[in-house]
Each structure stands twice: as C-alpha cells, then as structure tokens.
Design a protein around this ligand. Structure first.
Ligand code: M6R
Length: 613
C-alpha cells in the first residue's frame, strides 16, 4: 500500500521521482505528491487521483530541485483528498514526510502536539510524524538526526518514511519499521524506494533496510543507523532484475503481459528445481531431511490469491506426503490459538513477501517453535529474510494488481514441494515421481494452448460480461480454481462473482440460478473420480436454466452438449489441472474487465501489496 520514492544527487529530482512513482503506482493511486528542496526552501505539489493528475499539475506549476521525495497513496486514514495527500509537513513547513504504513498511536501523539500549539490539517496518521520531529527539534539538542530518532521511538505501528528538512538541504532521511524500504546506489546519486522496480534503471546495487534502521543519504554517500543511534554497516546487494522486466513489452496492460509470461516462468521454475537427470532437487530448500521425516503437521497461511494457492497445496501435500495439512487466512490465523509446535512446518505464501497479516502469522508460528518455509516472489522481502528456507517463484516483477503469474508459480512450487517432501519422507515412489514430473513438463505447453485460444475466451467474456453477477464452481483440486476465477473477475471487472465448491450448491447458492446467471463450471479430466459428480452438479444448473460456461478437457463431448459456451484445455492430470485451468479464467476475467471498461492494472480501491493489517 502506498509507494514512496526519493532521490539525492546532482540531477533534478522531479523527473526521477515521477518515473519511480509510475512504477510504484500499483501500490496505490488515490493521490500522488512530491516535495523538493530548491532556493525557496521546501516546495510541495500534490494531486488527488492518478499520477497523471500530478503530472498535469507539475506541467502547469513546474518544480525543480533536489533532494526530493514522492508518494503514491492508498488511503487508510482519511479519504483521498488534497489535504490528505502526501507529502505532509510540520507547522513551519520546514519538514516534509512521505509514509507507507500506519502510525497506530497517532491520535494520542497528535492530541499532545496540538495541545502544544501544533496545527494539523489532515485526517491522516502520517501528519503526526513531521510535527513530532519538529517538536523534538525544539526540545532537543537541535540535531535533526537526534530529533528523528527520538520521534521515531515514540511512534508505534509500521512505517517506511522519506523525510526532507529545509535545515539540511543536502540530505534525504529514510526510516523503516514493518513496511518495505530499499536504498539504491546509482551512478547519478542515491535513491530510496518501496521496491526495486521503481529504481531499476537507475541503481543496480541496493541496501534492503532492516526494521528499526534509519538511512541518511547525501551526495557523498549513505549512512545507516539503528534507532538507538548505533551505526550499521549495511549489506549491499546486486540487483539481477532486468530494467525491461518492469515494462509492458508491447502488451496493452501489465496483467496481459503477465498472463502471457506464464509458460516461460513455469518452465524456468521447473527446470531450476530438477537435477540433471530430471529428478526433484529443490536446491533452495535448506531443511534438514531428518527434520522433514519428523514432521507431523503442515500449516499453510496466506492471503487473497496466495490463499487459493495454499488450498491447492494442502490437497497435494496431504496426498503425497502423508502429513496432516491445514490452511488459514493470515488475517484469521494471527488471532487464533493454533496448536502448532516444532514438529509443524509452517508455510507462508506471498507474492510480495510484505503482506502484513502473512508476516504476523509467520511470526506467531516462529514463536511457537515451527520451522518456517516460504514461497515468495520478491528476494530481499521481509518474508524471505525472516524464513528458514524459501522457494522463490522467480516470476520477475508482477505489476498488475491482479495476481496471475505469481499464482501459477505458487501452484507449481507446491507441486514441486510435494514431490520433494514425499520423496524425503518415503511416501512417493521413484516411478510416481517420474510420472508426475513428466506431466509437469507438459504444463507450459498446455498453458500456451489456452493462451492461443484467447480470441474465443474474449468472445465468451463479451457475451456474459454485462450481468450483475457470476458463479464459479469446481471440485477438489479445482475448487480453489473456482475461488481464484471468481476473485479475478470481481477484482478487475467489478462484476460480483462467487466461487463455490460445486457439491455445496444445493446447500444455498442454487437459489441464485436463473436464465441470466453465468455459471463457470470447471469440469476438466473426464476419467477422474470427481468428474461424474461435477457433471451432476452442472446438470443441476442446466435444469434451472443457468448459463453454463464450461472449462473442459479437449474433446469432452458431454460437457459440450450441456454448456452454452465451452473453453477447451489440454488433457492434464487432475492434480495439476488447476495450473492450466486457471489461465482460462484469468483471460475470462481480463476480457470481461476490458468489456466493462475498467482500469485493469489498477482496479479501484486495491493496492498490490497489503502492508497494513
Ligand atoms: O503479496 P501477497 O501474495 O501476499 O498478496 C496477497 C493478496 O493481497 C493478493 O494475492 C491479492 O489477493 C491479489 N490482488 C489477488 O489478485
């Protein structure tokens, strides 16, 4: 949520900050703003709405200067408005702050500051930070760094901050606690950003700030301190992302590009985790085989799309490892009293590695003594840094707010993990492993086949997009696929959509069915044991005149007879079919959203990375 960027160096900071904000806009687009140093002191420009509004404002009232900070907002405290937009300033206008996170005790702090004469203008939690620093400057030794350290010790909650002070026109301050923040080291200066893609073409070496660290950037370099003022020698890492990975590469949206990247991403992920003779290798897993043998339980926790991946993972792991497996949503799990211990493997799944509820759940599991394995896409993210072992999904930046390639990579990661744990625990034979891997190798081509049918999917989406609602149903491995298809549809097309386990239909949702309701039925794999059950459920829809859209295995004549529209996918074993089937649903949602004219990469009210609770 919210993206921040900052620059100090010899160049004019405004174009650099706007470029960075463009790449961070997926984190929030309720408003945008920038502050720079120039001859007049600190100057601020802000606009409500998309970044283009700020660009227009800056073309009418140009701004030059450096250092500079910028912000793109996903509103938490206070509606999207000019006054609530960042950067926020203190009473004197000499301190400007951009913030990602939530200052939980802001009310108590601002009440005290107001009583002391500070004047607040916004409804945000952020505004308290510049005032608090101003207060500490007045009441301390007058050194900005000391005032900042004291102020931050008083603030509770989460923050990534970029701060400018008119008294220190050559410096940019940054601080991190619970929200991601990196420092970039480039040829033309130093940068701060919420994530690497924001500065990818300007800095190839980065410092991932740790919680409780403060960075002071100037043209001469970067210094890092702990909150108690102790200097830190930060680890500098090379960035191995290519600048073009953050571009649309000719596709009309990032989401469409990311959907089309799936065959390549999955092929690479598969090969990375096999050895030269084609056996499972999982080189990144650093869990001791003896510990794996002693495991009694697996607990998988995640949010949103990653939760659907977890549901799929549960079924596979249960089937292939002999372990008891449970899943939960991060926002629920963190408030439970879970019966987990050192014999439990805790798996956190997250594209960003920064989702607040997933992180809090992981920390709870850590306290209970669990080993932590994460499935994550972002190297250097908080989740990665706090896990015992990581399976990287290696998708490259996923910029469209709706997750696509990260999801199928998470499903594949679970498939690989299931083979690995199954083999180590002696639950899976070499023959079954080989068969499974052969089927996995066919997945990228099967997805390619679905992508080649995009025109047909678009026609189907066009036909059904205008109703108020849609239902998605599936069973067993494809029940999570139904949930994910519905989530994709609602988040980008704003059509209400519900995913349901097909067997549950008669317990309620069947009441919704009439001749207007599109029902997307995932009924692939004709010989699997739930296929017949699924067909009975589809007939229940047919009997009530629902509009059946089937996702079925190539050549399935039964499905063809019942369905009004059909999307064929290649024959894939049932336990791997979700990786292929969901691609048809991603396209269906995509084209429905296109027909409905929504902003596909930046759907309303959403942000890519949910770093607040
Ligand atoms: O970064 P994470 O995978 O932890 O994010 C979890 C969810 O916020 C995310 O999957 C969200 O549901 C997506 N917008 C779905 O497309």
């Amino acid at each position: 949520m919210c993206g921040i960027v900052g620059y100090v160096g010899q160049a004019d900071s405004v174009p650099i900050i706007l470029e960075g904000l463009k790449r961070l806009e997926y984190r929030g687009y309720d408003s945008a703003g920038v502050a720079v140093h120039n001859e007049g002191g600190l100057s601020v420009r802000k606009s409500v709405g998309r970044l283009t509004a700020l660009e227009e404002e800056l073309s009418e009232r140009p701004l030059r200067g450096q250092p500079g900070i910028g912000h793109t907002r996903w509103a938490t405290h206070g509606e999207p408005s000019g006054v609530n937009s960042h950067p926020h300033t203190d009473t004197s206008g000499g301190i400007a702050v951009v913030h990602n996170g939530i200052i939980e005790n802001y009310q108590e702090l601002s009440d005290a500051l107001e009583a002391d004469g500070h004047i607040f203008h916004s409804e945000t939690d952020t505004e308290v930070i510049p005032h608090l620093i101003e207060h500490e400057l007045k009441n301390g030794d007058g050194a900005f760094l000391d005032a900042l350290l004291t102020a931050l010790k008083k603030a509770t909650g989460a923050y990534a901050l970029g701060i400018l002070s008119s008294d220190e026109p050559d410096k940019l301050y940054a601080a991190r606690l619970g929200s991601p923040l990196i420092v970039g080291l480039g040829e033309e200066g130093y940068f701060i950003a919420s994530d690497v893609p924001a500065i990818i073409n300007r800095a190839r070496r980065v410092i991932y700030l740790e919680d409780g660290e403060i960075a002071v950037l100037s043209s001469n370099g970067v210094e890092v301190f702990k909150l108690d003022g102790t200097p830190v020698t930060p680890e500098i890492k090379d960035v191995d992302l290519k600048p073009e990975s953050a571009e649309r590469a000719g596709f009309e949206t990032f989401m469409l590009k990311e959907i089309h990247e799936q065959p390549r991403v999955l092929r690479a992920l598969l090969e990375k985790n096999l050895d030269d003779s084609g056996h499972i290798a999982m080189p990144e897993i650093s869990l001791d085989p003896n510990q794996i043998k002693k495991l009694r339980r697996v607990m998988i926790v995640s949010c949103g799309t990653a939760y659907h991946a977890a549901m799929y993972g549960r079924l596979l792991l249960e089937n292939m490892t002999g372990l008891a497996v449970e899943t939960d949503l991060g926002s629920e799990f963190r408030y439970r009293y879970p019966k987990i211990d050192r014999d439990t493997l805790f798996i956190a799944v997250s594209q960003s590695g920064e989702t607040a509820d997933t992180l809090a759940s992981m920390r709870l599991a850590r306290k209970k003594g669990c080993r932590i394995l994460s499935i994550c896409n972002v190297p250097g993210s908080t989740l990665v840094r706090e896990s015992d072992s990581v399976i990287f999904t290696d998708c490259g930046p996923e910029i469209g707010v709706a997750s696509t390639k990260a999801y199928t990579a998470q499903l594949l990661a679970f498939a690989l993990l299931s083979i690995y744990l199954g083999r180590v625990r002696g639950e899976l034979s070499e023959i079954n492993e080989a068969e499974f891997i052969r089927a996995l190798r066919r997945i990228p081509d099967a997805i390619h086949y679905v992508l080649e049918r995009s025109d047909l999917v678009q026609k189907i989406a066009d036909k059904h997009h205008d109703g108020p609602s849609a239902l998605y149903i599936g069973r067993r491995y494809n029940y999570p696929t139904a949930l994910e298809g519905a989530l994709k549809n609602k988040e980008i097309s704003y059509q209400h959509a519900e995913g349901y386990a097909a067997g549950e239909m008669k317990h309620g949702p069947i009441a919704l069915i009439n001749e207007y309701l599109p029902v997307v039925c995932i009924c692939t794999k004709t010989e699997d044991e739930v296929y017949e059950k699924m067909m009975s459920n589809i007939r229940e829809v047919e009997a009530r005149h629902g509009r059946i859209i089937a996702v079925a295995t190539d050549g399935d004549k039964t499905a063809d007879k019942i369905a009004e529209d059909i999307i064929y996918v290649p024959d894939t074993r049932e336990d791997l079919s979700p990786i292929v089937n969901v691609v048809a649903l991603q396209l269906l949602a995509y084209y429905a959203a296109q027909s409905r004219g929504t902003d596909i990469d930046k759907p309303r009210n959403l942000a890519k990375s949910v770093t607040v609770e």
